[in-house]
Structure formats: structure tokens, C-alpha cells
Design a protein around this ligand. Structure first.
Ligand code: ADP
Ligand code: ZN
Length: 528
């Protein structure tokens, strides 16, 4: 890095052009860069693809000393360093994948002032020898990438990040810049306190990604729905398909290949070499699809991802935003498509109930899920709802499913009462709780073996719900869960009433639901 001069701004734009080959800064970049070059601390909230890297790379080149970048993305460090070396920036990294000699070479370069940027895995900073090493060199700045990893409120918490709070105690004069694409107010506040960045300048970019079209559909026949999306809208496009479990990743990828669509699996249980190979093929080849758990994607910079499809419900709006944000980084039209159904809600609620941690933790997870469900069930613009979640306001966007085909809502009070009263009777009269399948069979008056076995055909509510079909009842139950009018209890996914259920049963509280597109006209009529 060249020493500080009085002409920092021009120096920054010169580096932008000469080193990185860009003519102009993107929105927000220049302010951050100037501030950090001047030695100020910064907290930068910028959406994925917004161009966060330059915000610390350019100041590292302009300021004297080495820019130390803390990043959890060990798998990407080699790529990042290679890309920097390719444009003549002297970069190196230290992480657990290296042997002693490799580490020594990088350490020597650092000490001799032969590095502009040094990438570090956060756990390195817990090793005393790393601290001693850093103390012997000259540091231009500390960049804390993926800073939301310090937030317990968020979904990527890494305990190693907590140690980063000591950086400014040891190096009070070195500016720190924390960057993240996650920006709920709660996360934002937590990053700020945990990293001691209350006095830092906060740079908040808009989180809107106007080129992404958001669509959320009820999950009926997910494979067929997915295939239709791929064949009709994204033939030959690169995309990411997210599944919740490793097993469904493998099954979905194999199934797509059978359908003649090139798809590669990615999840943490795969052999590390296969995982790396699949990731690098996805990055380098055109038109490949990667089927992955959420282990895939953090820090992935592939500009032409045309779609992100979720076959399972994300756990939070933040997760959903991050994952869908990997689409369309080049600014061209892209699709964020999510299919979700009753089983997702039941499964997620159960995961929360059985998750480790204290009640507070479970309550937070529950709030995350509720916000996600509210986004799924909204009849308003998805983008407005999404941006609201991040504290931004906006007007209907015209580029999401609810704007394009405004959903009707319908008065579902009577069906809701029927569902709730079956559950109420089972519990009150028999002390029993059941899952959605049994409730629906009772409503439909189906003499299934399990209905007969429990004598549920003698319940007063048996067969009171023939006006809706099986899938429609499941839709009603799903929306009741989403609205907090029903709860899932225990490991078995049995349904129970909530305090709000009583308002529907006894106080005639009106229940409105989003009309499912696939609802046939017959059912729609009787429901009114
Ligand atoms: P983020 O870390 O915010 O997700 P990156 O720093 O990886 O984003 O940048 C996303 C992409 O935008 C990269 O390909 C990067 O080279 C490109 N980029 C960043 N800044 C500029 C700029 N000023 N002009 C043109 N392209 C840019
Ligand atoms: Zn919209």
C-alpha cells in the first residue's frame, strides 16, 4: 500500500480505474471508502452484490500498511486471493486449510510489508501467535466481512466472531469497517454493540433489488411446479435450488438429471472435494443448476444466476432475502421462487420446539418464522413487505406475484371455526391431539382406518366439511398456523388451539385468507 497523501479521493478513484478497471463507484461506495481512508470506523449495510469488497480493498491499497480482512468464508479465500493477485494486488490468507510452510510464507510476506491485503479466518484471531504476528506488522485497517455472524439474533452466528470485539482495544488507532448484507434493525444493533461500533459511521444502502421478481406459491406438486418453472421460464439458465435437508438435495438433483437438466448437489455432508468441484463448476460453467442446502452461497459471486428456487420454507425473512439475493447480481431480470405448504409450517414449528437453547432462543426463532409466514401469506406487494422488514418503505412494485396477479382474499371464518372445533372437541371430549391429516379426514367424513380405529366417525363434527377438498383444507390449516390461530405441539406435529383460537370460536372473530390460485370455482363459491 502506498502512503497516505492529501489527495485521497482522487487516489481512490485512480485505484478503482487502474487496479479494478471500473470507471465509477457504485451507490454508497465512495462515501464509505473516503471515510475509511480518513481513518474512520464504519458499519456498512449493503445488499448482496452491492459491491462491499471494494469498500475495504481500496482503502487497504490507499492507506499505509496491510488491510486485514476477517472472513468466515474459508472455502472462498483462495479464489478471492487469486482474483486479487490477477489484477496485481498483493494478497494472502491464513486459515486452517494451510500447512505450516504455506502459513510461514504468508506470515513472512506480511512482516516484510509485501502484502496489501491479508484474509484471516476468525478463529485465527483466537490464536495468540496470530495476534503477536499482527502486532509486528503495520495494519492499514480491519475489515470484518459478513459481520452479522457476530449477532446471536441472526441465523449465521459464529462464536469466533465475539472475539473481534477486542480488536479496537489492541489497535485503537486502526480503523475498522464491518460489512454485512443482513440488515434487520435488531441485527444491526447487535453488530454495533458487540463490535463496539456505536460511534462508527453507519452506511445503509437500500435493500431493494428491483430486478428480482418475487413469487411465492402454494406447494402442491413441487417437482412438477419446479420443472414448469425451469422449462418454461429458465431453460438453460444458471440457478440455485434450495432444499432444507441433505437427503432432499440429493434426491432433487438426481431427479433433475433424470429429466435431462444438468444439476449438481451441494451440502455439508458431501465429500469436501466433490463439494468444491461442484461449486467451482457452477461458478465457471454456463447454465448449470446447483441444488443445495443453505450451506451454499455465502460469499458466492456469480453475476448471472437467473433464478433462486426454494423448495422448502426458509427459517427467516433474513435468510430468504440473503438466499434470493444471490439471483441477478448483474442487474438483469431474475426470479426468486418459493413453494411452501402446510407440511413446511408443521416441520419448522417442530424444529423450533425441539431446538437446543433456552426459551428466549426458541421465542426468537418463532418470531423469525412468523415474519416469514406473514410474507408468504400477504395479499400486499411482497417487495414492500420485505423492505418493511428491513425498515424501509416503498410502494407496490409491479414486479412480484401479488402485484402482477393481485390475490383475492376470502372470508374463511366458517371453515376456520370448523377446523378449530374439531380440534377443540378431540381435546375436550377425548383428551386427544392429532395432526392435520386426521383433522381433514374427520372434516371430510372419511372412514379411514385411523378414523375408524379411534371412533372419530362418531364425533359430532364428523363430515361437517365436505364443501372443501383435501388440499383446500390443508391450505386453510396452513393459513391458520401462519396467522397464529393454531399451534403445532410436540414432536409429532399435532395441532392445538391458541389463545387467539377462542376469539374465532366464541367471539366470531373474522378470519380472512388468501385465495389459493389452484382453488376450483366450486369450492370458492361455497366458501363465500
Ligand atoms: P458484495 O460483497 O456486496 O456482495 P462484491 O463486492 O462481491 O459484492 O461485488 C459484486 C460485483 O460487483 C463484483 O463482481 C464486483 O467486481 C462488482 N463491482 C463492485 N463495485 C463495482 C463498481 N464500482 N463498478 C463495477 N462493478 C463493480
Ligand atoms: Zn410487488
Amino acid at each position: 500500500a502506498t502512503p497516505d497523501t492529501g489527495t485521497k479521493v482522487t487516489e481512490a478513484s485512480r485505484v478503482l480505474a487502474r487496479v479494478f478497471g471500473y470507471d465509477s463507484f457504485r451507490t454508497g461506495q465512495q462515501d464509505v471508502i473516503e471515510h475509511v481512508i480518513d481513518g474512520g470506523d464504519a458499519l456498512v449495510l449493503m445488499p448482496t452484490g452491492g459491491g462491499k469488497s471494494l469498500c475495504y480493498q481500496i482503502p487497504s491499497l490507499v492507506r499505509a500498511g496491510v488491510g486485514v480482512v476477517v472472513s468466515p468464508l474459508i472455502a472462498l479465500m483462495q479464489d478471492q486471493v487469486d482474483a486479487l493477485n490477477a489484477v496485481g494486488v498483493r494478497a494472502g490468507f491464513l486459515n486452517s486449510t494451510q500447512d505450516f510452510d504455506q502459513r510461514r510464507t504468508v506470515e513472512a510476506a506480511f512482516l516484510q510489508g509485501e502484502l496489501d491485503l491479508l484474509y484471516l479466518a476468525p478463529e485465527r484471531l483466537r490464536v495468540e501467535s496470530t495476534i503477536r504476528l499482527l502486532e509486528r506488522g503495520k495494519i492499514a485497517l480491519f475489515a470484518i466481512d459478513e459481520a452479522h455472524c457476530v449477532a446471536q439474533w441472526g441465523h449465521d452466528f459464529r462464536p469466533d466472531y465475539l472475539a473481534l470485539s477486542t480488536l479496537h482495544e489492541r489497535w485503537p488507532d486502526v480503523p475498522r469497517i464491518a460489512l454485512t448484507a443482513t440488515a434487520t434493525r435488531a441485527t444491526h444493533r447487535e453488530i454495533s454493540t458487540r463490535l463496539g461500533l456505536e460511534d462508527a459511521r453507519h452506511f445503509v444502502a437500500s435493500f431493494d433489488r428491483p430486478n428480482i421478481q418475487y413469487r411465492i406459491v402454494p406447494k402442491n406438486d413441487p417437482k412438477r411446479q419446479l420443472l414448469k418453472l425451469l422449462r418454461e421460464e429458465h431453460d438453460g439458465d444458471a440457478g440455485i435450488i434450495y432444499c432444507l435437508s441433505r437427503a432432499s438435495v440429493e434426491k432433487t438433483a438426481a431427479w433433475l438429471v433424470e429429466q435431462g437438466i444438468e444439476a449438481l448437489p451441494y451440502h455439508a455432508g458431501l465429500d469436501a472435494r466433490i463439494r468444491a468441484a461442484n461449486q467451482s463448476r457452477f461458478l465457471r460453467e454456463d447454465g448449470l443448476i446447483i441444488v443445495a442446502t443453505i450451506a451454499f452461497g455465502m460469499g458466492i459471486d456469480k453475476p448471472d444466476v437467473r433464478f433462486v428456487a426454494h423448495l422448502d420454507l426458509p427459517k427467516s425473512v433474513e435468510g430468504y432475502y440473503q438466499e434470493t439475493g444471490r439471483a441477478g447480481r448483474d442487474g438483469l431480470p431474475s426470479t426468486a421462487w418459493l413453494a411452501y405448504g402446510l407440511a413446511d409450517v408443521v416441520q419448522q414449528r417442530r424444529l423450533i420446539d425441539t431446538s437446543e437453547g433456552d426459551d428466549g432462543h426458541r421465542r426468537r426463532l418463532g418470531q423469525h418464522l412468523d415474519a416469514m409466514l406473514a410474507l408468504c401469506e400477504t395479499v400486499e406487494c411482497r417487495r414492500v413487505q420485505l423492505l418493511n422488514y428491513f425498515g424501509e418503505t416503498g410502494t407496490a412494485c409491479g414486479n412480484c406475484d401479488t402485484c402482477l396477479v393481485p390475490p383475492e382474499s376470502w372470508d374463511a371464518t366458517i371453515p376456520a371455526q370448523k377446523v378449530l372445533s374439531v380440534i377443540h372437541r378431540l381435546w375436550n371430549e377425548r383428551g386427544q391431539r392429532f395432526g392435520a391429516g386426521q383433522i381433514v379426514d374427520i372434516l371430510l367424513g372419511k372412514q379411514s382406518p385411523k378414523v375408524v380405529q379411534h371412533g372419530h366417525d362418531s364425533l359430532k363434527s364428523f363430515g361437517v366439511g365436505t364443501e372443501l377438498r383435501d388440499v383446500e383444507w390443508r391450505g386453510v390449516i396452513r393459513q391458520l398456523l401462519a396467522q397464529g390461530l393454531l399451534a403445532v405441539e410436540s414432536d409429532y406435529g399435532v395441532l392445538a388451539l391458541t389463545p387467539a383460537s377462542a376469539e374465532v370460536l366464541y367471539q366470531r372473530r373474522e378470519v380472512r385468507m388468501r385465495r389459493e390460485p389452484e382453488r376450483p370455482a366450486k369450492a370458492a363459491k361455497t366458501a363465500k
